[in-house]
Design a protein around this ligand. Structure first.
Ligand SMILES: Nc1ncnc2c1ncn2[C@@H]1O[C@H](COP(=O)(O)OP(=O)(O)OP(=O)(O)O)[C@@H](O)[C@H]1O
Ligand SMILES: [Mg+2]
Length: 246
């Protein structure tokens, strides 16, 4: 079986920047929950955008064996769903229900199935009863939850999430962690919250300056206080007592 994600020698720069990702090579197996950690501007969001073919660079990215090229964009996006860093980019329909139903509707499912999936996804993220609300009237945390629901309703094999814990209160954050932990899909989660990464992910990939700096068991990578500090990060409390530098 193909790896969930295989990135080989991927390099990319925006039109007005030099390379913001340089020679990225990594592979992620099906079912893994991977934290993509790194300081602001490291290239986390850019790497996630490349996986869903929102940008294209040199080198190769395979998503469940399918090459992430513009020609294959539709097929790639049927396998990988991405929760974007800014929920306003993900919510554009008049009501929450329509936003969450948008993906399943484009999958050619029956009306009944679309409704069932959408209602389930909305309830799962704790927004039951808000189906008819305009998404732009939701609070920041509710918008974040809504953006997650727009992807869950499609149940893609692989899900990327860009800072999904931003704006969430502790209860909502814990609910999201419990929800994601219970799902069998592959998750790649970009986050600046080491606590969130530690609570959910068994593997951490640290990127900085557009390069992979470390890749391994989350406890090992994140308990290295010196490594974390060198890249503007902190060892989360859960791993602090394991730190050799403590
Ligand atoms: N649309 C864009 N056009 C030009 N440069 C961009 C664009 N988006 C990001 N960049 C630049 O690319 C680099 C990587 O940005 P990216 O958003 O991938 O970082 P990040 O690790 O997700 O950071 P953050 O933690 O702040 O979300 C940064 O230097 C940023 O300024
Ligand atoms: Mg980002």
């Amino acid at each position: 079986m193909a790896q969930a994600v295989e990135v080989r020698g991927f390099t990319f720069g925006y039109t007005d920047t030099g390379a913001v990702l340089t020679d990225i090579t990594l592979s992620i197996e099906h079912g893994e929950k991977v934290a993509l950690i790194g300081p602001n501007g490291a290239g986390k969001s850019t790497l996630l955008l490349a996986m869903s073919v929102f940008i294209q660079g040199s080198g190769t990215i395979l998503i469940d064996g399918i090459e992430a090229t513009r020609k294959n964009a539709k097929e790639v996006r049927s396998v990988i769903g991405s929760v974007l860093q800014n929920p306003d980019e993900q919510l554009f329909m008049p009501t929450l229900f329509e936003d969450v139903a948008f993906g399943p509707m484009n999958m050619g499912l029956s009306r009944q199935e679309v409704v069932a999936r959408s209602m389930r996804a909305i309830a799962t993220v704790g927004l039951a009863g808000m189906e008819d609300r305009p998404p732009h009237h939701l609070s920041a945390g509710q918008k974040r939850a809504a953006a997650v629901a727009t992807i869950l309703s499609m149940s893609p094999k692989i899900i990327t999430m860009d800072e999904p814990d931003t704006s969430l209160d502790p209860r909502s954050r814990n609910n999201l962690i419990a929800l994601l932990a219970s799902l069998e899909q592959t998750f790649i989660i970009a986050t600046c919250s080491m606590e969130f990464a530690a609570a959910l992910c068994s593997r951490a990939i640290l990127i900085d300056g557009g390069r992979v700096i470390a890749d391994g068991p989350a406890a090992l990578v994140m308990s290295d206080a010196e490594l974390m500090r060198a890249h503007g990060l902190e060892t989360p409390a859960a791993f602090r007592d394991r730190s050799p530098n403590h």
